[in-house]
Design a protein around this ligand. Sequence first.
Ligand code: BG6
Length: 513
Amino acid sequence: MSTTEAAAWRNPLRDKRDKRMARIPGPCAVVIFGVTGDLARKKLMPAIYDLANRGLLPPSFALVGFARRDWADEDFSQVVYDAVKQHARTPFRQEVWDRLAEGFRFVQGAFDDDEAFSRLAATLHTLDAERGTSGNHAFYLSIPPKAFPQVLQQLSRTGLAARTDGSWSRVVIEKPFGHDLASAEELNALVNSVFPESSVFRIDHYLGKETVQNILALRFANEMFEPIWNAHYVDHVQITMAEDIGLGGRGGYYDGVGAARDVIQNHLIQLLALTAMEEPVSFSPAELQAEKIKVLAASRLAEPLDETTSRGQYAAGWQGGEKVVGLLDEEGFSQTSLTETFAAITVDVDTRRWAGVPFYLRTGKRLGRRVTEIALVFKRAPHLPFDATMTEELGKNALVIRVQPDEGITLRFGSKVPGNAMEVRDVSMDFSYGSAFAEESPEAYERLILDVLLGEPSLFPVNDEVELSWKILDPALQYWAKNGKPDTYESGTWGPESAFEMLHRTGREWRRP
Ligand code: BG6
């Protein structure tokens, strides 16, 4: 970040730029470690092409792949081409592709190969001189965490991590950010020993989603929601991230990690932070982070854990009209795997605004359907001046932020059923992104990669947020580790019985999205 940019972030009110105008990063190169992986192919390479296609990459841009494969630059280019053709969001344009592909390079090597990293440094220096990437480099670590120390040490050894000449060097880290609080602290210390925190960009791709950013617009750009966004009116909050897919073939990453570490520690706790935090003084990254950190520090698991948490593993069942196998019969999982594919927790947020309002977080694979939503479920009206039979079908009011799919917001409230009686039934009022806006939402990775290149850190969790999230989750992980086997649930349903009991106990129910 330049000094002027840094000053503007510190005091955004002084930055008079029209923030609606797209910003294009200066000359730079992105190096992807883990270029043969799924994430690179399905998300990173297509996002880079989509950014180029939208005119958001600088003319002096280069993409360098680093992997063990014996590839020439042309082979790498072909791999990116195939990924773009298959997964890019925007139409293929030959002239955009040709310009972009001129900046592709491949460096062959393993992470413990000093010479390979020296070749990487030489390749980058040549690109800086010939393509004009000016010494600005982003290193994307799309690799297993056990490889982090080696790569970080190599970047430090070759001088690629440190800068004194006004150019920048940034590191982008994919989750998992550790396995628990202790390992996250260790990882953060390691990363920060090589890169200063301001050069570290931890990816939580949920923060790149439009609907997630809209939580702040909804809350803080309007007058009508914030007055009721508190314990006086809200009975509880449900944050759901449900997927219908199974885990066949993902055993290598997922086995031993499980749903809570994979999704709750990062995506769902970030959604909780945005939903529960106080209004930031401004939208500068530092002010936003300060509020998120405050609310995370005030959050803890509700107890007793045998009543307030649930975890499960999917068994065989039916999904989308097809018979599917259970986790233990999926490729890459052992018959004795204790990994949970469903997890639910209850979080108490000990602040004046939220005291007494449980936040229920749940996620799972092979559930009824793919849906992510945040639902604020309101208290009942203090008095209903109707005959009881007339309000039999009246539920609790709810404000539902539909993160995906069918992105938008729904308000559920009671309305009179047409007819002679005063019968009241639930209805919905809907806002849908698809019909309200002509523009299509960019992919989360487009936004996040662009922000890395611009040095804009708002959408990236800092080390304190990561550590506080583990601190919230750790007691559940330890409790489950002591408890042996997770419960089971049939594929295509909404999770194990224990998840339903968790809410029934308090007279509440999960929403059926
Ligand atoms: C990833 C998890 O972070 O998010 C995956 O590791 C999950 O297990 C994915 O499938 C879901 O992302 P999205 O954007 O499709 O909701």
